[in-house]
Design a protein around this ligand. Structure first.
Ligand SMILES: Cc1cc2nc3c(=O)[nH]c(=O)nc-3n(C[C@H](O)[C@H](O)[C@H](O)COP(=O)(O)OP(=O)(O)OC[C@H]3O[C@@H](n4cnc5c(N)ncnc54)[C@H](O)[C@@H]3O)c2cc1C
Length: 437
């Protein structure tokens, strides 16, 4: 027996005084559809029902689903004996009532027992959980997720957005965004993201600050688990973005946003005719280094090996670029600077061990990205690097589960492309739901 399936609850020790906990609990249970049987020798009637002196006095034939006890711990024994005799299916000792001996006796008689717990609180939690059903759940409140929230809610879907920290994602951590259309002078990342948030919630998207730790996409209603409970919906959009891999050297955190950057498209223009250093040896490091030569006077590419992982064609092109200088077999040991930002980096040659200081105005780190897909634990198909594979209409390998923004395998990871993804995924989710019905 459990609380959900129970119908009849005998409340032992039920007071007729509306101020007492037993009365409040019983009243609540009655309002929620349970058949309450008051058991208390000092009351004649409670909540419009006859009160019985004890469980043995109840008319024969009453099927007792739960005996809910409001008595001192030491007085519980005889009540449990009676409950066993009356073949109750469950005994519920209220918060603060503890009687191990009685519990064991009831359990030995095959009766389910809950001890030291408020039946009303548990019921409220149960109801709450049942209400956590939505049409569409979006995981991640960055530009992709917030746009999906706006489109989902505006399209009339009961939409929930689960974000583990502040709304706005990586874009909210970017001081200035100069390449998002509609803002010719640029706009602060946090300001832009707050307006995304305002627009999504204005249309009714519900925003909760909760991290999704686990998912189960095996049923029609997909399940998302956070610390606060379980949420379900037939359609889910994963928009959890990715995070840049850090170098993990002294000074990197300190100068992040003050000369240390992880995005050339975003920050390159701040380094016109200046000297910047790029760390990395893959495709993105070479591509971004070449991109940076459009602005910077000199770009120094530092790579820890003597050869590049990047595609040959990229390497050839990079070698022909006169503004690019390569420093191989070398790692960054430390980033140093002053009040205005980065001033120099300490470089160590991994073969000779020699350490030199290189004066620079900026450091761009492209040593890889980590997509935020660990919580999915293989529930949808990923690339080798951990990005979500999407097909038609941004659907993942699971029907009804979509991916939008930086978290999916795609060519360009920017606010503008995340926005496009969010809109498309939400409309695709709406169509998916309509076809289900
Ligand atoms: C330093 C920097 C500067 C940039 N500058 C620019 C720029 O000038 N212009 C531009 O267009 N782009 C810029 N970008 C790129 C841009 O920020 C991203 O492309 C964009 O934010 C991607 O949006 P998204 O919604 O896909 O992911 P994100 O912005 O990464 O948002 C994902 C969200 O999901 C949340 N999340 C992750 N896991 C969970 C979980 N399990 N449960 C709940 N929530 C979760 C995260 O907390 C995060 O808020 C920059 C990026 C960086 C790092």
């Amino acid at each position: 027996m459990d609380l959900k399936n129970a119908k009849t609850i005998a409340v032992v020790g039920l007071s007729g005084n509306p101020e007492r906990a037993s009365f409040k609990v019983a009243k609540y249970l009655k309002e929620n559809g349970y058949d309450i049987i008051p058991v208390n020798p000092t009351e004649a009637e409670v909540l419009g029902k006859t009160s019985y002196p004890d469980l043995m006095s109840l008319p024969a034939g009453i099927s007792l689903d739960i005996v809910n006890i409001f008595r001192k711990s030491e007085a519980v024994g005889p009540i449990v004996d009676q409950a066993i005799k009356r073949r109750a299916k469950m005994i519920w000792m209220q918060e603060g009532i503890v009687n191990e001996e009685a519990r064991k006796k009831a359990q030995d008689a095959g009766i389910d027992v809950v001890m030291d717990s408020c039946i009303m609180k548990v019921h409220k939690r149960l109801i709450g959980r049942d209400n956590m059903k939505y049409d569409l759940i979006i995981v991640g409140g960055g530009p992709a997720g917030l746009t999906a929230g706006l489109y989902g809610a505006r399209g009339g879907l009961k939409t929930l957005l689960l974000e583990k920290s502040m709304p706005g994602g990586q874009a909210a951590m970017t001081e200035r965004i100069e390449n998002y259309p509609g803002f010719p002078q640029g706009i602060g990342g946090p300001e832009l993201m707050m307006s995304f948030m305002e627009q999504a919630t204005r249309f009714g998207a519900e925003f909760k600050t909760e991290e999704v730790n686990k998912v189960d996409f095996s049923s029609r209603d997909k399940l998302l688990v956070t610390e606060n409970g379980n949420y379900s919906a037939p359609a889910v959009i994963i928009a959890t973005g990715s995070r840049p891999r850090f170098l993990d050297v002294p000074g990197e955190k300190e100068y992040h946003g003050r000369g240390v950057s992880y995005c050339a498209t975003c920050d390159g223009a701040f380094f016109r005719e200046k000297k910047v250093l790029v760390a990395g040896g893959g495709d993105s490091a070479l591509e971004e280094a070449m991109f940076l030569t459009k602005y910077a006077g000199e770009v120094v590419l530092v790579h820890r090996r003597d050869s590049f992982r990047a595609a040959k064609v990229l390497q050839e092109r990079a070698k022909k670029n006169e503004k690019l200088r390569f420093v191989l077999d070398t790692v960054i040991e430390e980033i140093k600077g002053g009040s205005k930002g980065v001033e120099q980096v300490m470089l160590r040659n991994v073969k000779t061990g020699e350490v030199t200081a290189e004066p620079v105005d900026g450091v761009f780190v492209f040593v890889g990205n980590i997509p935020n897909t660990q919580f999915l634990a293989g529930a949808v198909e990923l690339t080798e690097e951990g990005y979500i594979k999407t097909g038609d209409l941004l659907m993942t390998s699971v029907p009804g589960v979509f991916a939008a923004g930086d978290v999916r395998k795609k060519f360009l990871r920017q606010v503008s492309t995340a926005v496009g993804d969010g809109a498309e995924a939400a409309m695709a989710a709406e169509r998916f739901i309509n076809e289900l019905e």
